[in-house]
Design a protein around this ligand. Structure first.
Ligand SMILES: *Cc1c(COP(=O)(O)O)cnc(C)c1O
Length: 218
């Protein structure tokens, strides 16, 4: 199947109000252009340098989402153009995003990444770190950042019940936080292998790579 067919296949199985981020990391610009020509406008990358090259080469109405782990010293390279940063997993990073956004006279939309998986290897905040960041945000510590939601990754397992429980816990954190922050509206959860479960558990934004572009060769 072509990229266009894969894309339409995914879109045909998700509710209209769920946003699709096409995860194009490691893929060549031609593949992104093919998805763009089929109507896709939101792309997700996990390396700032690669995303910046693609931003420069591809049409300017693309929304670029940073979905990977972000090093603070690289925020400056994407601050002029990034649409949404999904992986804010520490307050130090939020501070740096706020600083670089101010330099660019922008307000940058961010998601806080929560640690919901059992795997130690995955990044993310715990409940108390989340509460601390929300308190400081309410105290207007980060005027050039708009916190718009949460992101999380489930454990890589075939146990569907476990995946479902992890997404449900993220949804609970989301609902609690949405009571405190008026801009909170995005719950980014679900990838190629688990997005149907994520949508059942309340996802509003899925990040799908291999199902659209094929397997990645690193
Ligand atoms: C790579 C990646 C995805 C997409 O993974 P697929 O299994 O190819 O759909 C989604 N989210 C994050 C954070 C990723 O790094």
């Amino acid at each position: 199947m072509s990229i266009k067919e894969n894309l339409h296949q995914v879109l045909s199985t998700i509710p209209q109000e769920v946003n699709l981020v096409a995860v194009s990391k490691t893929k060549p610009e031609e593949d992104l252009q093919a998805a763009y020509n089929a109507g896709q406008r939101i792309f997700g990358e996990n390396k700032i340098q690669e995303m910046t090259h693609k931003f420069e080469a591809l049409p300017k109405d693309i929304e670029w989402h940073m979905i990977g782990h972000v090093q603070s010293n690289k925020v400056k390279y994407m601050a002029p153009y990034v649409s949404l940063i999904h992986g804010v997993d520490r307050e130090k990073l939020l501070k740096e995003i706020n600083k670089q956004a101010a330099k660019n006279e922008r307000v940058i939309d961010c998601l806080l990444q929560m640690h919901i998986a059992q795997e130690e290897t995955k990044f993310g905040l715990d409940a108390s770190e989340l509460a601390q960041i929300i308190d400081n945000t309410l105290a207007e510590a980060y005027p050039n950042v708009r916190l718009v939601g949460l992101m999380g990754m489930a454990t890589f397992t075939s146990d569907q019940d476990q995946i479902r429980a992890e997404f449900a816990s993220l949804k609970q954190h989301f609902d609690q936080t949405a009571n405190q922050l008026q801009d909170f509206s995005i719950l980014s959860m679900g990838m190629s292998g688990d997005y149907p479960i994520a949508i059942e558990e309340g996802s509003t934004m899925i990040r799908v790579g291999s199902k659209i572009f094929g397997e990645r060769n690193y």
